[in-house]
Ligand binder design. Structure first.
Ligand SMILES: *[C@@H]1O[C@H](CO)[C@@H](O)[C@H](O)[C@H]1NC(C)=O
Ligand SMILES: *[C@@H]1O[C@H](CO)[C@@H](O)[C@H](O)[C@H]1NC(C)=O
Ligand SMILES: [Zn+2]
Length: 513
């Protein structure tokens, strides 16, 4: 049932189907609904019109905010995922919408960074979490600091904070959920200031020269990091020494001998908070959310595994999101929760399109699960991405064709087949003989690890520079429309939820006579 509802749209399509059927008797060959009948399209479009006309602007204060970030979730990725997920449940696929594609307001966000035409997750995270565009590879610092400038980080002059800090100062609960290491660039941008995204542990800091505080340490001891109530994700090895092993037998990565997990517990207890550390799915699902105020869940030594390769011990993004909301819902001033589907990006870098689409499907399920746990009248939900990728969706295959297969109506000019999904660059480059292209007909497109073809050989496929989509529902979601700079997002979120130093709906109200 939960999976079925990942397509909000399907429900309405079904209604239209029943109605068109009663108007025109469909013959037995028609698929699920009769697209050959003009009434189908008219009724569908009229229904969309009616929904839009009945949409009222919500100008309440957003007590809660959930920001969902699909890392590397380009618009192409969304279109392809609809088909992937739809076909899994027996539909043609193209006609469906992912859960958040049914949100009433959408916009386009421009993702470039101060020193780079195409964003990385670090500068991008700084923009959509703190409202400041930054340099590539840096988190929580303005563009006055170049990547690797430890002195610039230590100065503190150029540090910027954003939604996490503003929400905490407004007395809200805060949470962070990701499928990557919790110290990876995207989550780090929520709480850390680091001149290099790679400085996740002390072991990764430059061996010579000034020493900067690593990201894991900032998560546990930092002004913002130490106040986060719920942190769930991967990257456990960054929190304890090389000389120790964790409950699952993996070694730590730290050289400074510090057990940051123990430190995290101690600090929470000192604040009079009842903390709990968990490291597997059972621990998370059995955690009594009425008993604990704060939870740290580190479910994997590195990134959490891809959903297609996850074991019984790995919680899903949906399970982590649900638990985070149940914990944060107890806060009387509301909460800010940041949820990242982080492995869409890593799959694209490997040109493993099947995994990228599957991770996006998982992300859409997590959004839908969240919607069912909150009061939608007082919760602003924003879904977006940090940057695009180079995947294209092309050809003229028959309707309902396998999105992960070859174009099936024509071959290329060289009479060799080409794939519906392919990349401009990446490890999927396939060597061919002189004067001819590699023949994809030889490949197994059902292999989860199949690397989709790319034009230019590069070890890790690159990000893309075009805009990403923003979907919003709830209080002030109509602000998230049009085409805007990515760093506008936290300003609009802060306005809606009355947090942060800028203009808010509460401040503007108190000023008016
Ligand atoms: C495309 O090329 C493949 C492999 O050479 C061949 O099997 C297939 O029949 C061709 N399809 C079309 C539509 O020409
Ligand atoms: C895919 O690759 C990963 C590691 O890169 C490996 O762990 C996994 O077993 C592979 N899956 C299959 C089905 O070969
Ligand atoms: Zn990336």
């Amino acid at each position: 049932m939960a999976r079925f509802l990942t397509f909000t749209y399907l429900f309405f399509v079904m209604i239209i189907y029943v109605k068109t059927r009663s108007v025109h008797k469909s013959n037995s060959e028609t698929p699920v609904f009769d697209e050959k009948n003009k009434d189908h399209w008219n009724m569908q479009a009229q229904w969309i019109l009616q929904t839009k006309l009945s949409n009222h602007l919500n100008t309440k204060v957003a007590k809660n905010v959930i920001l969902f970030l699909g890392d590397g979730m380009s618009i192409t990725t969304l279109a392809a995922t609809r088909v992937y997920l739809g076909q899994k449940y027996g539909h043609l696929g193209e006609e469906l919408k992912l859960s958040f594609e049914a949100f009433p307001y959408t916009g386009l966000s421009k993702t470039y960074c101060v020193d780079s035409n195409v964003a990385d997750s670090a500068c991008s995270g700084t923009a959509y979490l703190s409202g400041i565009k930054a340099n590539s590879g840096t988190v929580g610092l303005s563009a006055a600091v170049k990547r690797g400038d430890c002195k610039g980080q230590r100065d503190g002059l150029h540090s910027v904070t954003g939604l996490m800090d503003w929400a905490q100062k407004a007395g809200k609960g805060t949470g962070l959920v990701t499928t990557t290491r919790v110290t990876h660039a995207t989550p780090a941008a929520a709480y850390a200031h680091s001149a290099d995204r790679r400085w996740e542990t002390d072991n990764e800091l430059p061996k010579k020269g000034l020493r900067c505080e690593d990201i894991a340490t900032q998560m546990v001891k930092g002004q913002v990091g130490s106040k986060i109530d719920v942190i769930l994700g991967g990257g456990r090895r960054n929190f304890f020494p090389k000389t120790q092993t964790d409950p699952e037998g993996y070694r730590g990565c730290r050289s400074d001998g510090v057990d940051l997990i123990r430190e995290w517990k101690k600090r929470k207890e000192a604040l009079g908070v009842f903390p709990r550390f968990v490291y597997n799915k059972e621990g998370l699902l059995n955690l009594d959310d009425s008993l604990y105020h704060s939870v740290l869940g580190l479910f994997s030594p590195d990134h959490m595994p891809y959903h297609l390769e996850a074991g019984d011990d790995d919680p899903t993004l949906t399970e982590m999101t649900q638990k985070a909301i149940l914990m944060l819902k107890k806060k009387k001033n509301g909460f800010f929760l940041f949820v990242e589907g982080g492995r869409i990006d890593t799959a694209h870098h490997e040109t493993k399109a099947r995994k990228a689409l599957d991770e996006t499907a998982e992300f859409a399920k997590a959004v839908e699960a969240a919607l069912r746990l909150v009061d939608l009248q007082e919760t602003l939900v924003v879904v977006t991405s940090d940057h695009s990728h180079t995947m294209t969706y092309s050809g003229y295959s028959k309707r309902g064709s396998d999105i992960l297969g070859l174009v099936n109506r024509n071959n290329a000019s060289d009479n060799l087949p080409y794939a519906t999904l392919s990349y401009a660059n990446g490890p999927g480059y396939k060597e061919a003989g002189r004067f001819h292209r590699y023949n994809l007909a030889k490949d197994d497109f059902n292999d989860v690890n199949y690397t989709y073809p790319s034009l230019v050989p590069i070890n890790r496929e690159t990000h893309g520079g075009e805009d990403v989509a923003v979907f919003a529902r709830g209080p002030w979601s109509h602000l998230f429309t049009g085409s805007f700079e990515q760093n506008f997002l936290p300003h609009a979120i802060a306005y809606a939820s009355c947090i942060g130093p800028g203009l808010t709906t509460c401040k503007s109200k108190s000023r008016s006579p």
